[in-house]
Write a protein that binds this ligand. Structure first.
Ligand code: FES
Length: 309
């Protein structure tokens, strides 16, 4: 009886109180609000954006994949380093573990580059948390580099110790990355809910004369905002207003070469079908059919969602 009550007390101390945010969440909220990180973040962001990557930038964002490529690339170092940790506990496994530590280090490079390119296009609270994520990852890489060097010079025990610290640091970095992706929705498709929210059928968005040429206008369809653009030839196009990249208002952007450009980070969406012609957006924009009836413009969500052709 005494034992179970002691265990219960211990559990209550270890597990977060369901009625409170918990220390981890409080810490992450503090990082989100840490304006002192903005100077460093801005300087780094400028440096990353200045690298002349050309079309490689969209490749690294994962536009070709339809979602960020960074979480895919991190599988290599994470898998290699966890496997190395297991092998380090097996007699005679040190050599193979050392090889995996090296594989992880090589795999960390493209993962870090893709992550940096994504990070440079985030809003400030996300960028602050991203800085912490990157710092922890750099620390993990430093530990594994030390581990690799120690193993190469015959200091196997020291190599294992460095790897263990690296593994714990990588775990912390992964938790922060989870906060960034799931709590702050960095990298998520912010227009995903649009097809579920737009009522079926045609909806009037106002008299045609209310839509100036080549100038986006925001209209509501039920609870969904739509950016409407009247082409130079008089035909009308409509896309969901909330940018799939990070929720920017497309109706405050501008039209260029048949695309609507987001005012926040410059993603361009083809007006004809919502295709994300350039990133950082990795998901297309929900598009609407349009028709004019009795001088009024009507829109209807186009299904199925736009695909590349
Ligand atoms: S919100 Fe980032 S490009 Fe639109």
């Amino acid at each position: 009886m005494q034992t179970s009550s002691t265990a219960g007390t211990l559990l209550r101390r270890v597990l977060p109180d369901p009625e409170k945010p918990g220390r981890v969440l409080a810490l992450m909220s503090g990082v989100e609000r840490a304006e002192s990180l903005d100077g460093l973040a801005e300087a780094l962001r400028k440096a990353v954006r200045a690298v002349p990557l050309g079309r490689g930038r969209d490749l690294l964002h994962g536009r070709w994949l339809g979602h960020p490529v960074h979480p895919v690339l991190v599988e290599v170092p994470v898998g290699a380093w966890i496997s190395a940790a297991v092998l380090d506990t097996v007699p005679g496994g040190g050599r193979a573990a050392g090889l995996l530590v090296g594989v992880g280090l090589a795999g960390a490079v493209p993962a870090a580059v893709a992550g940096l390119v994504d990070w440079a296009e985030l809003e400030r609270p996300q960028a602050r948390v991203g800085l912490l994520h990157a710092t922890l990852n750099v620390s993990a890489v430093a530990c594994y580099t030390a581990s690799f060097a120690a193993r190469l010079t015959g200091h196997g025990l020291r190599g294992r110790a460095y790897a263990l610290v690296g593994l714990c640091t990588m775990g912390a970095a992964a938790a922060v990355g989870g906060h960034l992706a799931y709590r702050q929705a960095a990298g998520a498709n912010h227009a995903e809910s649009v097809p579920h929210l737009v009522p079926p059928g045609w909806h009037s968005v106002g008299p045609l004369e209310d839509f100036p040429h080549e100038q986006p206008v925001r209209r509501m369809v039920g609870e969904v905002a739509v950016a409407v653009v009247r082409d130079g030839d008089g035909s009308c196009r409509a896309l969901a207003d909330v940018c799939s990249h990070d929720g920017g208002p497309l109706s405050q952007g501008h039209v260029e070469d048949g695309c609507l450009l987001c005012p926040w980070h410059g993603s361009s969406f083809r007006l004809a079908d919502g295709w994300n012609a350039t990133g950082p957006a990795t998901a297309p924009q929900p598009a609407f059919d349009t028709r004019v009836d009795d001088g009024r413009l009507y829109v209807r969500l186009r299904t199925p969602p736009p695909v590349r052709h």
